[in-house]
Design a protein around this ligand. Structure first.
Ligand SMILES: [Zn+2]
Ligand SMILES: [Zn+2]
Length: 352
């Protein structure tokens, strides 16, 4: 059985169409026919080959053990085709969203259920081949979350944009019910964050973005306010909109100016969760951390139980899908280009 996939063969060069034999599942593996595969901002970093650490320093993906050629996309929905002899009872034809944040299965993080922070990650679309192809191998059926009739195109972003924002928002605890959450960045993750806050019955979102079209889309999605990040009084506007300073800021950009803004907009006891990987660095006066006191926390994707909770929220109709635009997999290079130039509102989902 032949399959097509679009691979990163050289960093920064267009993805290459490769025809190859579809893999046969062995052991506990499951072969899934891809129905929808989301394009995430972190795919841009994989494609470029590094993360910007600021001060001219770069974290190369080769140093993280990422090898080429690689088929990207970690936001995969598909249909079970076949399974290895040790996979147990897996029904062909089952439609599922795939949890891509797979660990080694043996370390303490994995045993705690936090495979997403395993030190030997095996993530699909990052360390192993992902969804920009006709088929993908999933190492174990437990990573398949049944869609139960959900549209695969709308559900695919749950695997990264969804679980990432869900896991980050959960870190704020109960304060989301008392005060609005400030969301910096109204791209695919920002729109998803608004939906997650609604599904959890939170107070609401105040969105900050440099792009007018994205601010407009966020307001349409139900944001309480949208603030231009480049306005000279952006910090004052956030302080005013939150009624005296933010208690919860979700930075989905993670660049020098956005983290600065997040910290400056906090009131005493403010909590900043950084998710975005845009890059850069900041200088921080240490006494302000205990004196204000601030909580600065990182959040990296999410766990399999969190993805199950999120899919359940959508299956029960408590959460609406965030905006997606679908296009054929053959347009992947144009999709990548549009994302790199910041022209995308919502999520692009590719269909093989
Ligand atoms: Zn992602
Ligand atoms: Zn592990």
């Amino acid at each position: 059985m032949q399959m097509r996939c679009y691979c990163v063969t050289h960093h920064g060069q267009p993805l290459e169409l490769v025809q190859r034999e579809a893999p046969q599942p062995t052991g506990t593996e499951v072969l899934v026919r891809v129905k929808a595969a989301g394009l995430c901002h972190s795919d841009l970093h994989i494609w470029e080959g590094y993360n910007d650490l600021g001060g001219g320093k770069k974290l190369s993906l080769a140093d993280r053990g990422i090898k080429l050629p690689l088929t990207m996309s970690h936001e995969i929905c598909g249909e079970v085709v076949s399974a290895g002899p040790e996979a147990g009872d897996v029904k062909a034809g089952t439609m599922a969203v795939v949890h891509p944040w797979i660990g080694c299965g043996q370390c303490v993080a994995c045993l705690r259920g936090e495979e997403n922070i395993c030190t030997k990650p095996q993530s699909l679309g990052v360390m192993r081949d992902g969804g920009f192809g006709d088929y993908v191998i999933v190492p174990h059926p437990r990573y398949l979350v049944d869609l139960g009739g959900l549209d695969p195109v709308k559900a695919a972003p749950l695997a990264c944009a969804g679980v990432t924002t869900y896991s980050a928002i959960k870190k704020f605890g109960t304060r989301i019910h008392d005060e609005p959450v400030v969301i910096i960045g109204a791209g695919g993750l920002g729109m998803m964050a608004i939906e997650v806050l609604k599904a959890l019955g939170a107070k609401g979102a105040i969105v900050v973005d440099v792009d007018a079209a994205k601010r407009e889309a966020a307001l349409k999605e139900g944001a309480l306010a949208a603030i231009d990040a480049r306005a000279p009084d952006a910090v004052e506007q956030v302080v005013k909109a939150t009624g005296g300073g933010a208690r919860a800021v979700l930075d989905l950009v993670g660049a020098t100016p956005t983290v600065r803004l997040a910290l400056d907009a906090c009131t005493r006891g403010g909590h900043v969760v950084i998710v975005g990987l845009m890059g850069g660095d900041i200088t921080l006066s240490l006494p302000i951390i205990p004196m204000r006191p601030l909580k600065i926390e990182g959040s990296y994707v999410g766990t399999l139980p969190e993805l199950r909770e999120l899919v359940a929220l959508m299956r029960e109709g408590k959460m609406q899908p965030s905006p997606v635009s679908s296009r054929p997999l053959g347009e992947i290079n144009a999709a990548l280009e549009a994302l790199a130039r910041g022209l995308v509102v919502g999520r692009q989902v590719l269909i093989p």
